[in-house]
Design a protein around this ligand. Sequence first.
Ligand code: ADP
Ligand code: MG
Length: 588
Amino acid sequence: MSPGKIGWLALVSALGLIALLPVPEFWITQLNYIGISSLAVLGLILLTGVGGLTSFGQAAFVGIGAYTSAYLTVNAGLSPWLTLFIGVGLTTLCAVVLGWITLRMSGHYLPLATLAWGLALYYLMGNLQALGKYDGILDVTGLTLFGWELGQGRVFFVMTWALVLLGTLFMLHLLDSRVGRAIRSLKTGSQMAESMGIDTLKVKIGIFVMSAALASVSGWLYAHFQRAVNPSPFSVHVGIEYLFMAVLGGVGHVWGAITGVTLTKLMADQLQVLLPRLIGTSGSYETIVFGVLLVLTLKYAPNGIWAFVDRKLPKPARKVDWQNAASLPQRRKPASGEMVLVAIDIRKEFGGLVAVNNINFSVQAGQIMGLIGPNGAGKSTTFNLITGVLGLTSGRVIFRGEDISALASRDIAKRGISRTFQHVKMIADMTVLENVALGAHLRGNKGALSATLRLDRAEEQSLFREAEIQLRRVGMGHALNELAGNLAMGPQRLLEIARALCNDPALLLLDEPAAGLRYKEKQALADVLRQLKSEGLSILLVEHDMDLVMQVTDRIVVMEFGTRLIEGTPEEIQASPAVRAAYLGTEH
Ligand code: ADP
Ligand code: MG
């Protein structure tokens, strides 16, 4: 049995024992509260910890779930099992609208908007006559299942914790999937993710909605456990407490949710007894202690308590179970000699600076085109124009006969242009294999639901098989399970090439792939490039290593200060006095 399965078995047995043994009611109640909060914090782990989006509004979403169910069961006599779905539906709607408005803007709009949202909802709940103002709604029914009272004790405990464990399991499944890798890529900024074909706005709204939905379920449980709702447990203050729990537990780890909530609740219990005794008067002094603890956690254990546990856990390598997986469909490749890319008068101005000044060039199928020039010549900007990272000031880019000038990065990737970055962009805490599988994102289609239910395994195997093939192709077959963050510069660049190849491109853009590579690695890279070329792939290569450029390219464009100095074969370029003066001259 795998260590993971043993852990699950131990956890389920422990919870089973608690339910069966004569554990005092007080502790059962505490554990029920812990379970209910854990669901809300689990959502924040996904949103804030994994996705890097901070929300102060989690308690407000808990409130929507709680109030919807309380109101509709008390006033309309609906079954709580129906109102659960109505609550989640309403929460989803709010989250989609809020997310759609704020997540399109970069920066701190989401935290600010969720803060405003939390405040607004709190006062709305407190002032609406129908919701009982600050007294809230009383006499909410308890939960029953097939006429069986779930009560507030052990049976409720079993149901709550079954939901918590199920939520945790689903989250672990989700993060270990095609969509999960897309979610995990958000923190590195959207540029890389979009270049892999990921619709980052959609992913962000997706995790915001999932996180809110978990909060809503938590609120539903709360309403029927507490049998009453009022605005105070759904205030921004509590929203901040949820964030504290997530940070303390380990905001990047799924298990950080239960850990953080448990620790916080246990501490709060102790402190509420201890502090008034020490200080001599009663009051919520524990808030001060939590404030200090938060600062200390952020300073000394920014990854939370679970990070320490996680370090001790065995990490078995991913089982290679994909040798027999179906191979991914491939795109129709350009015929030999077909014009793959034509850049017509492409121009980019940054304010007064003309970074790319009406450049023209074209690349044929199976050709390696070099793009060289001193630092600041505009080579990377040219890449960004072709791949849609930057908009053109003027000019056109034609790819395989289609004008792609106005397309978004991810739509250009979809058409078969892949790239690497001058400054490597990868996900440090993901394995090499997972990072490379991200490149095959567009070749799969399984979504979040399939992932949580593990209906995506066949496709996952195909994606991993492709990732392994591409890694072996660039000579990285030995490093599949290594964490990308532990790689040296050279292997990092090879990882990026393998990732780009996973998209089955017709045109590959490599931005200084040999920078940081050792001599042997450079030779291996040259071999890989020649092999790719022989397979009909077209390559646009920005590189400072002249040996490599002269060895592998068919033609070269020389740029200086944004303008095209000359274009020719490697021999012509080497013989050109203008190039010597302008470019090679700078080397001496
Ligand atoms: P290269 O890759 O050839 O070294 P770049 O394309 O990175 O050159 O840069 C070309 C010029 O454009 C440089 O002067 C650089 O400072 C400028 N530049 C590049 N990106 C931006 C940007 N996003 N905003 C403003 N200026 C930029
Ligand atoms: Mg550059």
